[in-house]
Design a protein around this ligand. Structure first.
Ligand code: GLN
Length: 466
């Protein structure tokens, strides 16, 4: 069996018909992990087989192996955010996601690698070493959910969960040739997810197909009173009512996409993909979104600001690493210097700066105003189109060591970050390969709470590019 060639629905049917058992699936998954992990470094830990009590009729995910990003809490299990700071930390409660997966009798195979505290785009900032791209081991798998993407791309599991604050599900999905969905902010609970930039963080599925992403999303999206930004089902329906139309108009923000760093092959693939959508009966129109060009700058003000606040909890006193100095301030300094890697320290400093007195008007409030402007622009564009399309990333997966300068790494997020700022759902779908056999990603964005639209268009897209 190869998890790359079978859908979740088919696996579920095989389990129900007793053609296969959860134990056999667990063993298969573990054997692929044991075979490939030594070179790929995807799993930080695998969990022992606990499939004996699984009732496969509980739900469509029952008995099906999955991988959990190392920033989502499972009670009694280690969870580190791929940081030295939490190397020996054990979760004292279940995240909402773990609670749902437990209730659904899902088979959690273990926790997978990521950029430290989900800051990064290549999984190179993990304290536990880099993860390699299963399609070409000299290349990065993307990040921060690089372990989740690689686990699916390597056929270790049929699906994984990742988190997306600026592109961390969609960008690694594009780099590894799989599907990655960032749900609408407020549809999937953040309770028990490490808080990074709380107004942007979302958990979502990484899968082999759009249908699989839909199945996983439909299982994990629940209202949760423990997440104060969770939206009730009634409000979701209310807000999506007029937007879930059957029209087929794709908007393309041409002037936003045409940047210098856009790779020529990516551009060519994107245009060819749009042509194929035309053959499926879609109309392609150009749209103007003049403020989108500021989204990356806005993100790199607001995200570090929220990070600097959220990271304050790792003070060496309550939990995690604790280094002793000569006094309290010295304890803090020693703990944070030794516990946090370079990228996390950089974000904390940036965030502290943009929030400091004398600068927060200049940076933080200005960025907030632009966030509102960009959000308004996106809300308005969906009055005239049904779906927005861009490439997922300006380039395909790059080689290790190729992007040393943080700014060049940040630029890989240029097409994904706007929709974390606005909250809209977005999906990355494989759209063919370049001359080095590295995959491209097609990026679709839908109106708020219109994941259905993404699934419908996404399935049409999969058919179109075959
Ligand atoms: N690459 C982006 C960053 O470094 C996004 C990370 C994410 O989505 N978690 O902030």
């Amino acid at each position: 069996m190869n998890f790359k060639d079978i859908t979740i629905k088919e696996l579920h049917e095989k389990l129900i018909n007793k053609e296969i058992t959860p134990q056999e699936l667990y063993k298969h998954s573990l054997s692929v992990i044991e075979d490939k992990n030594p070179s790929l470094n995807v799993f930080l830990e695998t969990f022992p087989d606990n499939t004996k009590d699984i009732d496969v009729s509980t739900g469509v995910l029952s008995g099906i192996p999955m991988a959990m990003k190392d920033n989502i809490l499972i009670k009694g299990r280690k969870v580190s955010g791929a940081s030295k700071m939490l190397e020996n930390y054990t979760a004292s409660y279940d995240s909402k996601i773990a609670e749902i997966l437990g209730r659904e009798h899902a088979a959690i195979m273990g926790r997978v690698n990521m950029d430290e505290f989900a800051m990064g785009s290549s999984t190179e900032s993990s304290y536990y070493g880099r993860t390699k791209n299963p399609l070409d081991e000299s290349r990065v798998p993307g990040g921060s959910s690089g372990g989740s993407a690689a686990a699916v791309a390597a056929g270790m599991v049929p699906y994984a969960l990742g988190s997306d604050t600026g592109g961390s599900i969609r960008q690694p999905a594009a780099y590894c040739g799989i599907v990655g969905l960032k749900p609408t902010y407020g549809t999937v609970s953040r309770s028990g997810l490490f808080a990074m930039a709380s107004s942007l963080d979302v958990i979502g599925p990484m899968t082999n197909s759009v249908e699989d992403a839909e199945i996983v999303f439909n299982t994990i999206n629940e209202y949760d009173e423990l997440d104060n930004t969770s939206v009730t089902l009634k409000d979701r329906v209310e807000q999506s009512k007029e937007k879930n139309t059957n029209k087929k108009i794709i908007g393309v923000p041409r002037s936003f996409i045409d940047i210098d760093s856009l790779n020529a092959e990516v551009k060519e693939n994107f245009n060819a993909s749009l042509e194929k959508m035309k053959e499926q009966g879609y109309t392609i129109v150009d749209v103007e979104l003049p403020h989108l060009q500021y989204a990356l700058a806005v993100y790199y003000i607001l995200q570090p600001a929220e990070v600097s606040s959220n990271m304050a909890r790792y003070d060496g006193i309550r939990y995690g690493l604790s280094e002793k100095g000569n006094n309290l301030t010295d304890n803090y300094k020693k703990t944070k210097t030794s516990g946090f890697g370079k990228e996390v320290q950089r974000r904390i400093m940036l965030g502290t700066y943009v929030l400091s007195s004398g600068y927060h008007d200049e940076y933080y409030y200005k960025a907030q105003a632009l966030r509102s402007k960009i959000t308004q622009e996106i809300r308005e564009v969906f009055e005239t189109i049904d779906i927005l399309a861009t490439p997922t990333t300006p380039n395909v997966a790059f080689k290790f060591g190729e992007k040393q300068d943080p700014i060049s790494l940040y630029l890989e997020d240029i097409f994904t970050v706007p929709y974390n700022l606005t909250g809209n759902p977005a999906i990355s779908i494989p759209s063919g390969m370049n001359s080095d056999s590295m995959p491209f990603g097609m990026h679709f964005v839908a109106p708020m709470f219109c994941e259905n639209k993404l699934f419908e268009v996404g399935k049409d897209f999969e058919r179109a590019i075959i």
